[in-house]
Design a protein around this ligand. Structure first.
Ligand code: ME8
Length: 671
């Protein structure tokens, strides 16, 4: 069971350059846990900030021609702006150049010194300025830092040392007896194995530059940037107001895997020496990689700008992608086409359409009002969320946020399946209709609640449009009447394939000569026979004549909406070059295109009197169909409804007999 308070931190970023996707990812992950804790009523303190001292910053400031303080002040604004745009709900933002931090870092140094854990010596070693650390001979690859792929500098100077070696056994014993201390297990094993080797004392002062915190007992030296930076987690609780007794020890330090040693050996040793309790957990995330599997980093030139992605898809969509798509603790490739696919299928189709469907039906069939809570038999029998809610929180407690979202999505899909099964658009009895739509609204209330740590704005929009409270599900059983208001699509179909691209910093324009529609082959067909799919109760198995030698077998998800008699002998349009697939054991070669009607029904598009086998065209686009079209290529040429006509980018789809029509809703997608 979670405690009644939660203190969570992230790494504090180096503001030597602009923030990147890795920074954004880490803050969103931590924000998810902070918001999730608040949602459970746990008093939460969430700290982020900047690591502003050290040689790397001094060099960047020199290069920019600004004094370091001015340089970091300017950069701090850029980082703060990004974290504002990302909707990071931090309670405090610490900057290590602030006087409050200097004061505490000096106090910490003095405590450690009083303990007899600091001594003066000489040091000589290979230093990576980008990592701000000495590298051992075994860490170097071809004489270079393996992370930054740049040569190290030989540093030889007098320095103060921290007796890190003294704490090796104590830290190892702590890690062994607290399996939850390092997440994931793989990282825990990595550290335990490293702790079998000797641990060298740590040089914690520098005298060759002065951008840092002067040592209280020898101001010619400044504190080593890592000793200074790690102190932030505690110093932010000491000043301006001492809240250490409420929030220390930290519950969760969220960091990337490259700074594991600092957080699981050096920081615990510093705390043990100073006589402070150890944090409860270090949660280690993986790296965001580019499409070729390289770490996204400025010096590689492969960064995708998070701001561009937010501009294109909204902040909540980026947050969703981070939390859903990257397995907790693991590296993951950032791919705009993967994001686009999740946008269309998970957000647009699974969630967006569900909300729209329920809201429209409540409006058209029940005058916009529906009761939830109290006695909801179908809801508790067929959409009971208890097991899902339990699994969601279990995944959160296990730091497996992507799994929490998977649980939630299974429930979204189950709600869709329930509605397809109950087909409220066919129900005439008002009591029964209220029961079914009430179940849908009650389910979506839970969905919005559990979605709010990931997509706070979208969750609030769902709650507002369904007239349900977002915060507490304890009141789930309390009966209430919901006023459902007009709902606009939360994830509208994206009209073109304007893309954010890696490394270029500019959205790629669609090439005029390869319009995505040209790759489609849409043909007029006639349905010859209709059977129920033997193993999927949403699907019909159709035999469709496309004017080819043999009729095609095509599975179509129309069973909840139409009777076989509505379809036999009917002319339809078929995406004929869709890559064949096997759907629950039945091969399917093509897709019958259909769209959504106002009342929730799905209706096939109608080619009128066009001859069987004719190819559908759009004026000005030359047809150049692919042999086997992927679903995602089809989604790049979104078709939609306009004034009863199927259009692509506002232009009608047509045959020799005229425009393709469909009895569907304006703006609805055709798929
Ligand atoms: O390390 N993918 O700062 P930093 C995921 N100031 N995470 C990434 C990443 C990527 N491609 N690149 C970086 C520092 N990160 C120190 C921390 S804490 C007391 C001091 C993560 O700006 C990285 O792992 O280099 C780290 O957790 C955070 O971004 C800040 O990195």
């Amino acid at each position: 069971m979670p405690a009644d308070r939660f203190y969570i931190t992230t790494a504090i970023d180096y503001p030597n350059s602009v923030p990147h996707m890795g920074h954004a990812y880490e803050k969103v992950v931590a924000d998810f846990y902070a918001r999730a804790a608040r949602l459970r009523g746990i008093e939460t303190h969430f700290l982020i900030g900047l690591d502003e001292h050290g040689q790397k910053i001094q060099e960047a400031a020199d290069k920019a021609g600004h004094p370091p303080q001015e340089f970091v002040d300017e950069k701090a604004e850029v980082f703060r702006r990004l974290y504002g745009q990302l909707n990071i709900s931090f309670d405090d933002f610490i900057r290590t150049s602030e006087p409050r931090h200097h004061e505490f870092a000096r106090e910490l140094y003095e405590r450690v010194s009083k303990r007899g854990d600091i001594y003066k010596d000489h040091y000589e070693g290979d230093y990576c300025i980008s990592c701000e650390k000495f590298l051992t001979a075994t860490e170097l690859v071809d004489g270079k830092c393996p992370i930054h792929e740049r040569p190290t500098t030989v540093v030889k100077e007098e320095s103060y040392f921290f007796r890190l070696s003294k704490y090796r056994d104590q830290v190892r014993a702590h890690i062994e007896s607290h399996p939850e201390f390092i997440y994931p297990e793989e990282r825990r094993r990595e550290i335990l194995s490293r702790l079998n080797d000797d641990v060298r004392d740590l040089s914690i002062s520098r005298s060759t530059f002065d951008w840092g915190i002067p040592l209280p007992d020898d101001p010619e030296h400044v504190l080593y940037v890592w000793f200074d930076a790690l102190a932030n987690y505690y110093s932010a609780l000491v000043r301006p107001k001492d809240i250490t007794s409420r929030f220390w020890p930290a519950d969760c330090h969220v960091i990337g895997k490259d700074i594991l040693w600092f957080h699981t050996m050096i920081w615990p040793a510093m705390l043990l020496s100073a006589g402070y309790e150890l944090p409860r957990q270090v949660m280690v995330h993986g790296f965001i990689l580019d499409k070729d599997g390289r770490k996204m980093a400025k010096h590689v030139g492969n960064v995708v700008d998070p701001v561009e992605v937010m501009d294109e898809y909204t902040v909540d969509v980026l947050r969703y992608y981070f939390i859903r798509s990257f397995s907790s603790g693991k590296d993951g490739k950032f791919s705009v086409s993967d994001l686009e696919e999740r946008y269309n299928s998970e957000l647009g189709n699974d969630l967006g359409n569900l909300i729209l469907r329920v809201a429209k039906l409540v409006q058209t069939k029940l005058g916009g009002r529906v009761r939830i809570g109290g006695e909801q038999r179908e809801f508790s029998e067929r959409l009971n969320p208890e097991a899902m809610i339990e699994a969601y929180w279990k995944a959160v407690d296990a730091r497996e946020h992507n799994r929490a979202l998977e649980e939630l999505w299974e429930y979204v899909r189950a709600t869709n399946a329930y509605l397809n099964d109950r087909a409220p658009w066919r129900i005439k009895d008002e009591g029964e209709l209220a029961e079914v739509l009430g179940a849908g609204v009650a389910a979506l209330r839970i969905v919005a609640h559990l979605l709010s740590p990931v997509m706070p704005t979208v969750a609030a929009e769902i709650a507002a449009s369904l007239g349900v409270p977002l915060e507490s599900v304890e009141t789930m059983s309390v009966e209430m009447e919901c006023e459902v208001s007009a709902s606009k699509p939360l994830f509208p179909r994206r009209e073109d394939e304007k893309r954010v691209s890696a490394g270029k910093g500019k959205a790629k324009q669609p090439q005029a000569d390869v319009d995505p529609f040209s790759k489609l082959e849409i043909k007029v067909g006639k349905i010859e026979a209709v059977e129920n799919h033997p193993d999927a109760d949403q699907l019909f198995v159709l035999k469709v004549d496309l004017g080819e030698e043999e009729s095609r077998t095509i599975c179509a998800g129309l069973r909840a909406h139409l009777q076989p008699a509505d379809l036999v002998d009917r002319k339809v349009i078929v995406l004929a070059n869709l890559k064949p697939a096997v759907l629950r054991g039945v091969p399917s070669a093509g897709m019958v295109l259909a769209s959504d009607r106002n009342d929730g029904a799905v209706v096939p598009a109608d080619p009128g009197d066009a001859p069987i086998g004719e190819t559908i065209t759009v004026e000005g686009i030359e047809s150049n169909p692919k042999k086997k079209l992927s679903k995602s290529n089809f989604e790049k040429a979104p078709l939609s409804m306009k004034g009863g006509v199927v259009v692509y980018r506002d232009k009608p789809l047509r045959t020799s007999a005229g425009e393709i029509r469909c009895d569907a809703n304006d703006g609805a997608s055709v798929r």
